[in-house]
Ligand binder design. Structure first.
Ligand SMILES: Cc1cc2nc3c(=O)[nH]c(=O)nc-3n(C[C@H](O)[C@H](O)[C@H](O)COP(=O)(O)OP(=O)(O)OC[C@H]3O[C@@H](n4cnc5c(N)ncnc54)[C@H](O)[C@@H]3O)c2cc1C
Length: 364
């Protein structure tokens, strides 16, 4: 494989967008992923919410950044946005970290519009469980369309993309870096001046194999349910806030909805960082794939929206969700861009939601 000025590891949204940006700045760029195509992991297996801030009432900064990035994403990827539909945020009466009044004040502070949900929608909730329901302006993206769009961008931007290539480790070589890889047909090394590590849940595995310092990350193996909803819920995306509740959002790639539950979606979680043992997220993912919490998820969610009991379960999607451990205290979603001290030229990039990609772009 021919070397490059910049090698970008991981062809999720972050890797694709940063590879395009490096190319736009004139670098010769090589993008590598171990999957057979782009956007096969977390950038596909997620709830598809383009965050506008509503979801983060405990972190004003994350709320504000989302509000700023939201229109940018909608404009840049207009053809990937799911058309129509209505987004509802409801505040639970018990165990919520915010009250309805606090949620309203937060939305006003970050400039995110909301209005009381109309009666026809309010009636879908059990009023003993829900304090208030709001109609908000927040959209979802279709990950399949996003993948097609990015594929076209990579082609027209002349970014070289090689699939099926697993990055094994990185080391210094002369004035630059050398990546050891394993591909479908061969294994070998390839040189670059700079390597961007955009491997998300795979990030610390690669860092550990390269004898560099691991990042402080929290991994969760997650399960979301692909469900067919009854017609009354068809056009709606529902989020119950703010604590051990759930979201039921349209999942355009499969013409269905995705149910995610704060209590049951994370099937196991652990933190890692300097001085902590590394656990392979993909091994944990494989270990849990054959078991499901769907009964608990449906049973709990239908206490708030009784019609959820009529959803038809299709299948579960499993994926590793990785966030910075710093997010734990206030549920914030910052990005991290860090050049390795031990391997200068290796830059680790992780953003914990889709729209953060603009924060990464602006900081590069
Ligand atoms: C259950 C769940 C729900 C979510 N919901 C939302 C949401 O509604 N809205 C939102 O904004 N965000 C959401 N997120 C977060 C969002 O999905 C991620 O922040 C985002 O997709 C990360 O993009 P990425 O490109 O960094 O990672 P990925 O898309 O995972 O890309 C990383 C790539 O690196 C590759 N890779 C890994 N290791 C190696 C290696 N050694 N060699 C070669 N390639 C490698 C992988 O194959 C993968 O393609 C959710 C995440 C999860 C898991």
């Amino acid at each position: 494989m021919k070397g490059a000025d910049v090698i970008v590891l991981g062809a999720g949204l972050y890797g694709c967008v940063l590879a395009l940006e490096m190319r736009r700045r004139g670098a010769d760029v090589l993008l590598l992923d171990r999957e057979r195509a782009i956007l096969k992991r977390a950038s596909y297996v997620n709830q598809g919410r383009v965050h506008r801030g509503y979801h983060y009432p405990r972190s004003v900064l994350t709320g504000l950044r989302s509000r700023v990035n939201y229109p940018r994403f909608l404009e840049d990827y207009a053809e990937c946005i799911v058309p129509g539909g209505q987004s509802i945020y409801a505040v639970a009466r018990a165990f919520s970290n915010v009250t309805a009044t606090q949620f309203e004040i937060f939305c006003e502070r970050i400039g995110a519009p909301l209005s009381p949900a109309p009666m026809s929608i309010g009636r879908l909730f059990d009023e003993r469980m829900i304090e208030a329901a709001y109609l908000v302006e927040e959209r979802e993206f279709d990950a399949r369309l996003l993948a097609s769009r990015l594929e076209a961008d990579l082609r027209s931007g002349a970014v070289r993309f090689e699939s099926g290539i697993e990055a094994r480790c990185i080391r210094r070589s002369g004035k630059g870096l050398e990546l050891e890889y394993r591909g479908p047909a061969d294994e070998g090394t390839v040189a670059a001046t700079r390597i961007l590590n955009c491997t998300y849940s795979g990030m610390n595995k690669l860092i550990a194999a390269s004898h560099a310092d691991p990042l402080p990350l929290k991994h969760e193996v997650t399960e979301m349910l692909v469900v067919e909803v009854p017609p009354q819920l068809g056009p709606l995306g529902i989020t119950v806030m703010c604590g051990p509740f759930f979201s039921l959002l349209p999942f355009a790639p499969e013409g269905a909805h995705l149910l995610s539950h704060v209590r049951y979606t994370p099937r196991t979680s652990w933190t890692e960082g300097p001085g902590k043992a590394h656990r392979d997220p993909d091994a944990e993912l494989d270990r849990l794939r054959d078991t499901s919490s769907f009964v608990h998820m449906i049973q709990d969610a239908q206490r708030y929206v009784p019609l959820i009991g009529e959803c038809r379960y299709r299948r579960s999607l499993f994926e590793v969700k990785t966030v910075l451990t710093a997010s734990e205290t206030d549920d914030s979603r910052p990005i991290l861009i860090q050049e390795s001290e031990k391997l200068p030229g290796l830059v680790n990039v992780i953003g914990s939601k889709i729209d953060n990609v603009y924060d990464a772009l602006d900081s590069m």
